[in-house]
Design a protein around this ligand. Structure first.
Ligand code: UPG
Length: 454
C-alpha cells in the first residue's frame, strides 16, 4: 500500500537557545500532526541544549555560518555587529541553497518531498527571498513579545528614530507610555552604534510579503498591540506559549543535571527563589556578588543557574557553601518553575523566561540587562503586574546593589496582588493552547491554509 503523503516544512531558527527553543516546540507540535519537519540550524547554534533530545520525527541539519567570528555579544571587545550580521547572511544563504539543492527534493514544487513552506526566525528577514526563489511559502517566526515587535515596527518605519530623541515618554499607539529605560538598547561597550536596534527593527523588512507571521505570545496577554499590528499585517497570528502546545515534550535539560529535582522535592511549598539569567547575558562578577548577598540576606532557599563554572568560582564562599541553596549550570527551567517549592523567579526577562513564568503563574523579580529585556520588565511590572523590576536608567550599566535586590525579592515573595495576577495569566495561557483556544486555532489555521491540509 502506498504510504500516505505528508507535507514537508523547513524550520530555520536563529542560532541561539532563546530562539531555537520556541521554534522547536512549534516544530514538535507540527510533527505530532504528521507533518514532515526539517530543522536547519546554523553552526553557531549546533551545541544549543535545546537540540539535546530531538525526537526522531524531526530531521536535523547543521549548516555552516561564520562561527569562527567573535561571539555576538562579546563584552571584552567591541564587536562590529553590523559586519557580523552581514557576514552571517552572506555565508549562510549560499550554504542553505546548496543544502536544499543537495537534498534532491527536486525542483518541482508539486513533489511531496519538496518543502511547502519555510518557517524562519524573524531576525533573518532575508530568508523570505530564499523561500520565494525556491517556491516555498514564507512564515517568519517572532520570538519576542508583540509589544517589542511594535517597537521594532516604529523603528523600522521611522516613527521612532535611533539614537532616540529625548522626548520621553514615548506615546505610541497600543503601547503604554515608555520611558528611555524601557526601550531597546545594548550598552555602548557591547554595541556602540546601535547595530542591534537596527537589526531588530529590520525584522519588519519585507514583512508585507510574508504568507504568515507567527508570534510566540497569546492573544489575551497583548490584545491591543496584536490587533494594532494585525491591522497592518493581516496574516499575523499569536501561537504561544509554544512550550505549552499540547502533546509536545518541552524538555531541554541535559539528563545528568537532575539532582536539583530531589533537592526541590525536599523543600517546603513556596520556599525557593529560583534565579536564572537565560543563555546569553552575563552580569559580571560584581553584579553576581550583589545577587549572591541579596539571596543570603533573604534568608530563603534558592536555586541558582550559573551557566559557567568559572563564574561559580568567583561567587562569594558563603553562597557556594550555603545550606539554603543549590547552584547548578543548567536545569529544565519550565519544570522548575512548575515545582510547588518555587515561590518567585529572578530573571533577566528574556521573552521565553518571561512567558514561561507568566504561563506557569510564578511572580517575577525582573532584572533586565538589554535588548528587549528592559521593555519586557516594564510590561511585567506595569502592564501584567506580575513582578517588581530593578529599573535601569537609559543605557545604564549600573550595578544593582544587594539591598535593592533583597527589597524586590521581599516585595515579590509577599505580593498578594501579584500572585492573584499570576493565576489570571496562567489560566489565560492554558486556555489559549486548549482545544478551541486562540493560539491553537491559529496553529490549526496555519496548518490548513499554508500547508493545504485538513
Ligand atoms: O538552565 C536553563 C536556562 C535556560 N533555559 C531555557 O532557555 C531559554 C532562555 O530563553 P530566554 O529567557 O528568552 O533568554 P535568552 O537565552 O537570553 O534569549 C534571547 O532570545 C530571547 C528571544 O528572542 C530574547 O527575549 C532575549 O532577550 C535574548 O537574550 C528559556 O526557554 C529557558 O527555559 C533552560 O531550560 N534551562
Amino acid at each position: 500500500m502506498e504510504k500516505p503523503k505528508t507535507p514537508h516544512i523547513l524550520l530555520l531558527p536563529y542560532p541561539a537557545t532563546g530562539h531555537i527553543n520556541p521554534m522547536l516546540h512549534f516544530a514538535k507540535y507540527l510533527a505530532s500532526k504528521s507533518i514532515q519537519i526539517t530543522l536547519i540550524v546554523p553552526t553557531q547554534g549546533a551545541k544549543s541544549p535545546a537540540l539535546a533530545n530531538l525526537p526522531p520525527s524531526i530531521s536535523h541539519a547543521v549548516i555552516g555560518d561564520d562561527s569562527d567570528q567573535p561571539t555576538l555579544f562579546n563584552e571584552d571587545k567591541t564587536v562590529d555587529l553590523e559586519t557580523h550580521f552581514k557576514r552571517f547572511r552572506s555565508v549562510y544563504i549560499p550554504n542553505l541553497l546548496e543544502f536544499i539543492h543537495r537534498q534532491g527534493w527536486g525542483r518541482n514544487p508539486d513533489e511531496t518531498a519538496y518543502p511547502k513552506a519555510m518557517v524562519y526566525d524573524s531576525t533573518m528577514p532575508w530568508l523570505l527571498e530564499v523561500a520565494a526563489e525556491k517556491g516555498m511559502k514564507a512564515a517568519p517566526f517572532f520570538t519576542e513579545c508583540c509589544g517589542v515587535n511594535a517597537l521594532c515596527y516604529h523603528l523600522n518605519k521611522g516613527n521612532v528614530t535611533f539614537p532616540y530623541e529625548e522626548e520621553f515618554p514615548y506615546r505610541l499607539p497600543s503601547l503604554p507610555a515608555l520611558e528611555a529605560g524601557d526601550l531597546l538598547y545594548l550598552p555602548d561597550k557591547v554595541d556602540k552604534r546601535g547595530d542591534i536596534v537596527r537589526y531588530l527593527a529590520a525584522q519588519f523588512e519585507l514583512l508585507e510579503n510574508a504568507d504568515y507571521i507567527l508570534v510566540n505570545t497569546f492573544y489575551h496577554l497583548e490584545p491591543e498591540v496584536l490587533d494594532w499590528l494585525e491591522e497592518r499585517y493581516p496574516k499575523q497570528r499569536a501561537i504561544g506559549p509554544t512550550f505549552l502546545l499540547p502533546g509536545i515534550d518541552a524538555e531541554t535539560a541535559a539528563p545528568q543535571q537532575e539532582s536539583y529535582s530531589e533537592w526541590l522535592d525536599s523543600k517546603q511549598p513556596n520556599s525557593v527563589i529560583f534565579v536564572s539569567f537565560g543563555t546569553i547575558v552575563t552580569f559580571g562578577g560584581n553584579q553576581m556578588e550583589e545577587v549572591a548577598h541579596a539571596l543570603l540576606m533573604s534568608n530563603r532557599n534558592f536555586l541558582w543557574v550559573v551557566r559557567n563554572t568559572e563564574e561559580v568560582e568567583k561567587l562569594p564562599r558563603e553562597i557556594r557553601e550555603s545550606e539554603a541553596g543549590l547552584i547548578v549550570n543548567w536545569c529544565h527551567q519550565s519544570r522548575v518553575l512548575s515545582h510547588p517549592a518555587v515561590s518567585c523567579f529572578m530573571t533577566h526577562c528574556g521573552w521565553n523566561s518571561t512567558l514561561e513564568a507568566l504561563s506557569i503563574g510564578v511572580p517575577i523579580v525582573a532584572m533586565p540587562r538589554w535588548t528587549d529585556q528592559t521593555a519586557n520588565a516594564k510590561f511585567i511590572e506595569d502592564t501584567w503586574r506580575v513582578g517588581v523590576r530593578l529599573k535601569r536608567g537609559w543605557k545604564s550599566d549600573e550595578i544593582f546593589g544587594r539591598e535593592r535586590i533583597a527589597k524586590c525579592i521581599e516585595e515579590v515573595v509577599n505580593g498578594v496582588e501579584l500572585r492573584k495576577n499570576c493565576l489570571k495569566w496562567k489560566a489565560l495561557a492554558v486556555e489559549a493552547v486548549r482545544r478551541g483556544g486562540t493560539s491553537i486555532d491559529s496553529v490549526e489555521e496555519f496548518v490548513r491554509e499554508l500547508l493545504l491540509i485538513t
